[in-house]
Design a protein around this ligand. Structure first.
Ligand code: PEP
Length: 261
């Protein structure tokens, strides 16, 4: 009999800018059916905003969650183009990805805006998936640990301890996102352990409950080795979450690799 892993693993797809409404419904319902028998992990899909409420409606009653890829802290007002965390929650999402490196790189996201988004997500009952990670230049300069520590602190210092305990952290080295160049399990574990240590300094034993996901070129053939690492509690998956087959394989291989027998 396998023992459940603590914390419970989470696998979340990030579809980025992808697909029509019907593509999104087909992918979401396909994933729902493919992982229906799996009870030892949480799984979510991350459609674009236009598809979010329709996908959430189709997934109602299933265990498959929905994540937004961003979200704004204000509830209403003169913020053309923004989508409020309140609207995302109302549309049926469970999670809100915040601070993805593509948003930091192309859309001016800063540690401060990420913090405001995480706080707002929690205020509206969403679980923020807070993304942090160094660039290749920062890694090559020996700054990976320092950059991740600074981003983690910046994004979480305004959260209460209880809010932080409900949050998910995603370590996504920028050089591994969409490049096919995955961090080795040892490279990822080194950073995950440092994140856990930083959380432990603030929260003591409660830090063990916080899920720290890895993201960056996760595929069916590399997830098991990553998930065997002590502080890797799941994955944020971009490209490989765009087909039912590869995402379902990641979820299944990843879950069985971290469930002790
Ligand atoms: C991501 O978008 O968060 C991501 C990790 O992308 P990919 O899996 O394609 O590297």
């Amino acid at each position: 009999m396998a023992n459940p892993r603590i914390p419970r693993p989470l696998f979340c797809g990030n579809w980025k800018l992808w697909g029509t409404l019907s593509d999104s419904v087909a992918l979401a319902t396909g994933v729902r059916d493919a992982v229906a028998s799996l009870s030892a992990a949480d799984v979510a899909v991350g459609p674009g905003f236009v598809a979010l409420s329709t996908v959430a409606e189709k997934l109602k009653g299933s265990a498959l969650g929905v994540a937004s890829q961003d979200g704004y802290w204000e509830v209403k007002g003169a913020f053309t183009g923004e989508v409020a965390m309140a609207q995302i929650a109302n549309a049926g999402a469970t999670y809100a990805i915040v601070g993805h490196s593509e948003r930091r790189q192309y859309f001016g996201e800063t540690d401060e805006t990420v913090a405001r988004k995480a706080k707002a997500a929690l205020a509206h009952g969403l679980i923020p998936i807070i993304c942090i990670g160094e660039t290749l230049a920062e890694r090559d300069a020996g700054q990976a640990l320092a950059v991740v520590a600074r981003q983690l602190d910046g994004a979480t210092k305004t959260l209460t301890d209880d809010e932080l305990c409900k949050s998910v952290i995603a370590y996504e080295p920028v050089w591994a996102i969409g490049t096919g160049r995955v961090a080795t399990p040892a490279q990822a574990q080194e950073i995950h352990a440092s994140i856990r240590a930083q959380l432990t300094r603030r929260l003591q034993a409660r830090a063990q409950q916080i899920r720290i996901l890895y993201g960056g070129s996760v595929k069916p053939d590399n997830i098991a080795d990553l998930m065997r690492e002590k502080d890797i509690d799941g994955a944020l998956v971009g490209g490989a979450s765009l087909t039912v087959d590869s995402f379902a394989k990641i979820v299944k291989e990843g879950t069985s690799a971290c469930t002790r027998s």
